[in-house]
Design a protein around this ligand. Structure first.
Ligand code: SF4
Length: 332
């Protein structure tokens, strides 16, 4: 994948709010990022940071009380947020598909796998029932379930097989972008590893881009090309995956890493929890949103919101929003 290729996905200042009794709560606040064809981008952060809201916003699957209040989601240059209902239905599954954490949410419990996969195929492609069933069989083979399971209902499958079935449905129309929202969190580590290895092989073979949402930084570092770290609705750091783990700059990223198990044995042996809680997004504080939990916070941090800028002595693709580093471009 050439680093200078045109982005497949260009998210600009995406803002999503939830209507609540206390007014609008902005869960995703002016978030921007790009994803190139075939690239795998990780999106990490604690629960409630806005990462899953972004995953659902891309194919416009958010439901009330969530409202997209600003920004653009350019897919192949076309703003998904401007499409009418018919046009967005053709983008879903064909261009952008999703795998959720719990496959049971994606699978219909009263339909056989064959019906669920062929429905997706025949809704978008004019093919005969026989051809759709043959493709469904190929998809089940491809994700390691096997076509002999075409007549199974979801409850007849193990958790790992259900997740593989959800992946088969997500890949049915050969989408160019697959959004994985904590796809293996509910599974044991052995099954998780098998599924991720297989997804990696499929991604290499089919060439789709991936937005991989997870709270697990070590997992993301293994699977992704770049990682963006979100805190309280904003991206606070992003970098190529391994440099992010080895040279995390933002105190929040460092805190996340200190709280995670170290599978590569390159960090301090003792794990430390991240004290405090994220701010109330109905009334976010001025300045840096992490200031209440940050041991380095100063008056400047509490008064002025830092912006994402390249770090000194790092690759230009490593950026962070933190007053520990010069906040004027000219100062770098
Ligand atoms: Fe901490 Fe200040 Fe950086 Fe925020 S801007 S992470 S409070 S040092």
């Amino acid at each position: 994948m050439p680093a200078d290729s045109e982005p497949l996905l260009d998210v600009r200042d995406l803002t999503v709010a939830y209507e609540s009794e206390r007014g609008m709560v902005t869960a995703v606040d002016r978030v921007s990022f790009t994803l190139r064809p075939g690239e795998i981008l990780g999106l990490a952060g604690e629960s409630g940071c806005g990462k899953s809201t972004i995953a659902l916003a891309l194919p416009r699957l958010l439901r009330s009380p969530a409202v997209i209040t600003g920004g653009q989601v350019l897919f192949d240059g076309k703003d998904v947020l401007d499409l009418d209902d018919r046009a967005i239905r053709s983008v879903r599954w064909r261009d952008i598909s999703l795998v959720f954490q719990n496959a049971m949410n994606a699978l219909n419990p009263v339909l056989r796998l064959s019906s669920q996969i062929t429905d997706v195929i025949r809704t978008h492609d004019k093919v005969s029932a026989g051809e759709a069933r043959a493709r469904a069989g190929e998809l089940l083979d491809m994700v390691g379930i096997g076509r002999d399971r075409l007549s199974s209902y979801p409850h007849q499958l193990s958790g790992g097989m259900r997740q593989r079935a959800a992946i088969a449905i997500a890949l049915a129309l050969r989408p160019r972008l697959v959004v994985l929202d904590e796809p293996t969190t509910a599974l044991d580590v052995v099954v998780q590893r098998e599924i991720l290895d297989e997804l990696r092989l499929l991604q290499g073979r089919l060439g789709f881009a991936v937005l991989f949402v997870s709270h697990d930084l070590e997992l993301l570092a293994e699977f992704t090309d770049r990682i963006a770290i979100m805190y309280a609705g904003r991206i606070v750091e992003w970098a190529p995956s391994l440099p992010l783990l080895d040279r995390a700059a933002h105190p929040y990223t460092r805190g996340l890493l200190a709280a995670s198990p170290d599978l590569r044995g390159t960090r301090a042996a003792t794990r430390q929890g991240l004290p405090g809680t994220p701010p109330d997004l109905a009334d976010p504080p001025p300045g840096c949103r992490f200031a209440q939990r940050c041991e380095h916070a100063t008056e400047v941090c509490r008064g002025t919101e830092p912006v994402l800028l390249p770090l000194p002595d790092a690759a230009p693709s490593h950026v962070a929003a933190c007053h520990l580093y010069p906040q004027e471009v000219g100062a770098r």
